[in-house]
Design a protein around this ligand. Structure first.
Ligand code: FES
Length: 140
C-alpha cells in the first residue's frame, strides 16, 4: 500500500466519524423535541403563578411525566391540556397569532379549546383539571 492510499483511507475514516458525530448532534435534539417526555412526578400537582399566563399566551410545563400547557384565551378564560398530540404523540406548539395549536409532526391543528380543526389527530387534546386561588393556578 502506498502513502496516498493510506492517506485516503485515514481521511475516509476521519470524515466518516465526523459525519456520524454531526448526524447524532443534529438528530438527538430533534428527537428530544418531538418525543413526549417520560418519567417525572406522576402524582404531583403543578403550581403556576397566574401572571405567567397572560391573555392570548400559553405556558408549557411538565405534568405527570409528560408535557402540558395552560392557555389564557383572549377574553381571559383559562384552559389546561396535555400537550401530547392525539395522533402519534408529538408535542403541540401554541400559535399565538392564530390562537391555536399546531402539531409539527403531521400538521394537525387544534383550537384554543383543544378541539381538532385540521389534520390527522383523531381526538381533541386531553383536558386537565385545575384550580385558581391566591394568584396561583394549580393543575392536577
Ligand atoms: S403526531 Fe400530531 S399530527 Fe401526527
Amino acid at each position: 500500500m502506498d502513502n496516498n492510499s493510506n492517506r485516503r483511507t485515514f481521511l475516509g475514516v476521519c470524515l466518516g466519524g465526523l459525519g456520524a458525530i454531526a448526524a447524532a448532534a443534529v438528530s438527538w435534539p430533534l428527537f428530544r423535541y418531538l418525543a413526549p417526555h417520560s418519567g417525572g412526578d406522576a402524582a404531583g400537582k403543578v403550581v403556576i403563578p397566574e401572571k405567567d399566563v397572560p391573555e392570548g399566551e400559553a405556558k408549557f410545563f411538565e405534568f405527570a411525566g409528560s408535557s402540558a400547557v395552560l392557555v389564557r384565551k383572549r377574553g381571559g378564560d383559562l384552559v389546561a391540556f396535555s400537550a401530547v398530540c392525539t395522533h402519534l404523540g408529538c408535542i403541540v406548539q401554541w400559535e399565538k397569532d392564530k390562537q391555536d395549536f399546531l402539531c409539527p409532526c403531521h400538521g394537525g391543528h387544534y383550537s384554543a379549546d383543544g378541539a381538532v380543526t385540521a389534520g390527522p389527530p383523531p381526538k381533541p387534546l386531553k383536558r386537565l383539571t385545575f384550580a385558581v386561588a391566591g394568584g396561583n393556578i394549580t393543575v392536577g
